[in-house]
Design a protein around this ligand. Structure first.
Ligand SMILES: *Cc1c(COP(=O)(O)O)cnc(C)c1O
Length: 405
């Protein structure tokens, strides 16, 4: 192995005009010791469901301050398992923010339930407690707030609204590993029943594909583990009929194969030791962006400076009034791309998707989501970015907006 375990292994990226490598909006940080950990696990006895999986679960639970962590094959699977464990089933409603990734709502449909969209704040894109409360009813089984970009939602108020409706809160914390709330780290479940994380390549830590659910409730943890492995139970004291022998197992519910491999868990364990360093670097990059962008009049960071210490900055979204400036967002994105800079939009509001339009949803009923979506653009943000790259993004954005006018 190479000497400096912390040296990021730069993936080969196409060179751009001025010889600078293309800067994507997000990228994984894989270091030499991560690769060594994976190689070691691949040489182990069980390359799936091995001791690395238990170790990763223990470390993750410890890192966020929850009693249980259950790792699964990806964040989408984590949402599916979490909703199952929360009791979501046919005929139920699940409250989901109008602005989030597709997976937050799909899990309800997969369980025969209906997602019910709640509007978001036009300036932060986060779902508000008022919007959640307005959507909760007797048929609501779960509420899935999203800590968009890594800024925690007002979880206490959302939890209170859910409890009044007899519903459980499943935090979609895919953007928020390393973020903090007054009640503790995101994922500690002090003000929710469950939280889910994603370890997709561009999330805070990665296992390639991977996900996890945290909870403090042992019965919920048991249901998560059943769902992850075909609904199969082998523990003698949990069987519904007495065991006739050591081969015996029962299918106690309908589940899936959502298991994680041992080498992915080994990667996750290695990455988790770097979480604080990664998040600190994201915050430092955000501070540099904040300062530089204060000079560009029509560009405002989505994350208020006052929240910088609690935010995990999965993304660095800014608001630009493209309509008022008369510059289409697509043109800005293309001009930045020509300068070797990748950007993205998070997210197209779910009520705009054909799947939900067919189910009767109309974007006109979501003024907050509409206003946020019109103006948002995510700029490059990942731990191996350097300060000069932040400056390059801000300089390019300044020129592109100036030339566009
Ligand atoms: C990434 C993400 C997911 C899904 O995670 P995968 O690991 O990609 O399946 C769910 N919700 C949000 C908000 C995400 O960003």
């Amino acid at each position: 192995m190479r000497g400096d375990a912390r040296r990021p292994l730069a993936p080969a990226t196409p060179e751009h005009r001025d010889g600078a490598p293309f800067l994507p909006y997000a990228r994984q940080t894989i270091e030499a010791d991560d690769i060594a950990a994976v190689a070691k696990a691949l040489g182990g006895e069980s390359i799936t469901t091995g001791p690395e999986v238990d170790a990763f679960e223990d470390a993750l639970a410890g890192a966020v301050g929850a009693r249980h962590a259950v790792v699964v094959s990806n964040g989408t699977a984590a949402l599916h398992a979490a909703c199952f464990a929360a009791g979501v089933g046919p005929g139920d409603e699940v409250v989901v923010p109008a602005v989030t990734f597709l997976a937050t709502a799909s899990c309800a449909l997969h369980l025969g339930a209906e997602p019910v969209f709640a509007d978001v704040d036009p300036d932060t894109g986060r779902v508000t407690a008022e919007a959640v409360a307005a959507r909760c009813s007797r048929t609501t089984r779960a509420v899935l707030p999203v800590h968009l970009a890594g800024v925690p939602v007002e979880l206490g108020e959302i939890h209170a609204a859910a409890q009044r409706a007899g519903a459980r809160v499943v935090e979609d914390a895919a953007h928020a590993l390393g973020a903090r709330m007054p009640a503790g780290a995101v994922g500690c479940c002090a003000e929710s029943e469950l939280a889910i994380f994603s370890f997709h390549a561009i999330k805070h830590i990665t296992t390639g594909e991977g996900g996890a659910i945290t909870t403090n409730d042992p019965e919920i943890a048991r249901r998560l583990r059943l769902f992850r492995n075909h609904g199969m139970e082998r523990e003698a004291d949990r069987l519904e009929t007495p065991s006739p022998g050591p081969w015996y197992y029962e299918q106690q519910c309908l589940g899936h194969n959502l298991r994680m491999t041992s080498f992915q868990a080994a990667l996750g364990l290695s990455q988790l030791t770097k979480l604080e360093r990664f998040v600190a670097r994201r915050r430092a990059l955000a501070a540099r962006y904040d300062a530089a962008l204060a000079e560009i009049a029509p560009v405002a960071p989505v994350v208020p400076a006052g929240m910088a210490d609690s935010c995990a900055y999965h993304l660095y979204p800014v608001l630009i009034p493209f309509d008022e400036l008369g510059i289409p967002r697509g043109r800005v994105m293309e001009a930045l791309r020509r300068r070797g800079i990748g950007t993205q939009v998070h997210y197209i509001p779910l009520p705009m998707q054909p799947e939900y339009r067919r189910r009767g949803w109309r974007i006109e009923d979501f003024p907050g989501a509409t206003r946020y979506y019109e103006r948002t653009l995510s700029l490059p943000m990942f731990p191996s970015m350097d300060d000069a790259e932040v400056d390059r993004v801000v300089d390019s954005l300044t020129s592109v907006l100036r030339e566009g006018r």
